[in-house]
Write a protein that binds this ligand. Structure first.
Ligand code: PEP
Length: 249
């Protein structure tokens, strides 16, 4: 399976900084058939990123958030159609910052997944437990509840969804799930995706949470980990270059 190396730029890299980043990164990135590089750019930078990477194989451009309505009085929001028009072919949904900073609910996450699928974009659904939930040994309950938003999708739809397991306590903290712990959760997620109707070969589960150049190798060495979603370390072209160049042997 092709591995995905996805960068979530969060609220960093406006159009000028994004262009400068790509200028440096693309000079040294040749691409490779065994991996794809995805950029989840801020809404205002999506078009610049899409235009800059046009024609480069194995690179996908995504947006960090969309609204589920097609249009209307939703100040500050971006519709799926607008994101697509700017060049996005994927979007993050349910990122922990959306859930815990902006109060996004599972119900809203489900609406976004459906709007993205209807608009032809790939939803990357982020799931993960908070520290207190982990300490209460509720990790799998939380993650499986968050996946329930995929209930009722048809086979074609669910096959287009990607999932990122991001333990909330590992995001931006420098702490990681051990590769073995992450692999256990990934196996449970994969089993649930298959139960929901996803063909096993389509069930692609990424890990996210303080992934860095020096730990990415041990994560992607796990057969259960099909790629990584990276925040902080995706912002510097040199560290990103080292992450996406990791050996997959
Ligand atoms: C993220 O934003 O999805 C993330 C995993 O951030 P970081 O790599 O900085 O922990």
């Amino acid at each position: 399976m092709t591995r995905i190396f996805a960068g979530n730029w969060k609220m960093h890299l406006g159009p000028a900084a994004a262009a400068a980043f790509l200028d440096r990164f693309l000079q040294r990135y040749d691409g490779s058939a065994d991996r794809e590089v995805w950029f989840f750019a801020p809404a205002v930078s999506v078009m610049t990123v899409a235009e800059t990477v046009r024609g480069r194989a194995g690179i996908r451009v995504g947006i960090q958030n969309v609204h589920w309505e097609e249009q209307g009085a939703f100040t500050g929001e971006t519709s799926v159609r607008m994101a697509a028009e700017a060049g996005a072919t994927a979007a993050l949904v349910g990122h922990s910052e959306r859930r815990h900073v902006f109060g996004e609910t599972d119900a809203e996450t489900g609406l976004k997944v459906r709007a993205l699928l209807a608009g032809g974009l790939i939803p990357m659904l982020c799931v993960g437990e908070r520290l207190e939930e982990r300490e209460r040994e509720e990790t799998l309950d939380v993650v499986l509840r968050q996946l329930r938003v995929l209930d009722g999708l048809d086979a074609d739809e669910i096959a287009r969804v990607r999932v990122a397991y991001e333990p909330v306590w590992a995001i931006g903290t420098g702490r990681n799930a051990s590769p073995e712990d992450a692999a256990t959760v990934h196996a449970a997620i994969r089993a649930e995706l298959v139960r929901l109707g996803m063909p096993v070969e389509a069930a692609q589960v990424l890990y996210g949470g303080s992934v860095k150049p020096d730990n990415v190798g041990s994560l992607v060495a796990q057969a259960e980990i099909d790629g990584v979603l990276v925040g902080g370390a995706s912002l510097d072209p040199d560290s990103w270059q080292r992450i996406v160049a990791v050996s997959l042997d």
